[in-house]
Design a protein around this ligand. Structure first.
Ligand code: COA
Length: 206
């Protein structure tokens, strides 16, 4: 079973062995997700209506949330008090929203629309789990490559992406609202030089 298939099951384990649920994001999750977004992306957080628009485009989008218990050490560090994790969720009094990820897929391209893990849930393998869930779905939908943008100063996220096989293909100067550059990273899911690949389809005379 691939990582993605495992993640799409209801009860899965984070890398540290703690129980985590990865499930499809619903409209009911949007307020909590948007609140977490505000904390984690202070420069360009998406408002609730963006998430609702995304969820409504079921043909090309798919979003997931990760829920689970907050580590005791994180509580002691005060990580939950910064608003990164809500006190309970509409779904389960014990489960906390720990992260979310969003896919846009119009084959042959899949895009990571967003990926975030609450500070209290980090370095437990959740980011990797969510990313693999997205990649697997992109593959199932016929994507030949997964693309994403990441801030040039976001070294932690870049490390995660490189570890999953992404590499930098381009830099977009001043892409973010505060003027920060974006790295465009790509994960090939197929042989992009093969005759049937997207690159050849876009230039049939080549
Ligand atoms: C980037 C982010 C999603 C990573 O989530 P996470 O759950 O902590 O990541 P994981 O535990 O799955 O990490 C997997 C691997 O990625 C790398 N990694 C993750 N965070 C890292 C960091 N801060 N520094 C260095 N490497 C890091 C490591 O190789 C890690 O493996 P290891 O813990 O065995 O060393 C999280 O830090 C986050 O939400 N950041 C704020 C929002 C954001 O930047 N989103 C990405 C936008 S492009």
């Amino acid at each position: 079973m691939s990582g993605g298939e495992a993640a799409r099951d209801e009860g899965v384990c984070a890398a540290d062995g703690s129980a985590v649920t990865v499930r499809e994001m619903t409209e009911e999750d949007v307020p909590a997700v948007a609140a977490l977004e505000q904390v984690l992306f202070p420069v360009d957080a998406w408002p609730e209506r963006f998430f609702r628009q995304e969820l409504s485009q079921t043909g090309t989008r798919r979003y997931w949330v990760a829920e689970g218990a907050v580590q005791e050490s994180a509580v002691q560090e005060g990580a939950v008090q910064e608003g990164a994790v809500q006190e309970g969720t509409p779904h389960d009094g014990a489960a906390q929203l720990l992260g979310y990820v969003g896919l846009m897929c119009v084959p042959p391209f899949a895009d990571v629309q967003t990926l975030a893990v609450a500070r209290a849930g980090r370095r437990r393998g959740l980011g990797r789990l969510l990313l693999r869930t997205l990649i697997e779905e992109g593959r199932d939908r016929g994507a030949e490559q997964v693309l994403l943008e990441v801030r040039i100063d976001n070294h932690g996220a870049q490390h995660l992406y490189r570890g999953e096989g992404f590499s930098v293909i381009h830099t977009r100067r001043g892409y973010y609202r505060d003027g920060c550059d974006a790295l465009i990273m790509r994960l090939p899911l197929a042989d992009l030089e093969a005759p049937t690949s997207a690159s050849r389809l876009r230039s049939p005379d080549a």
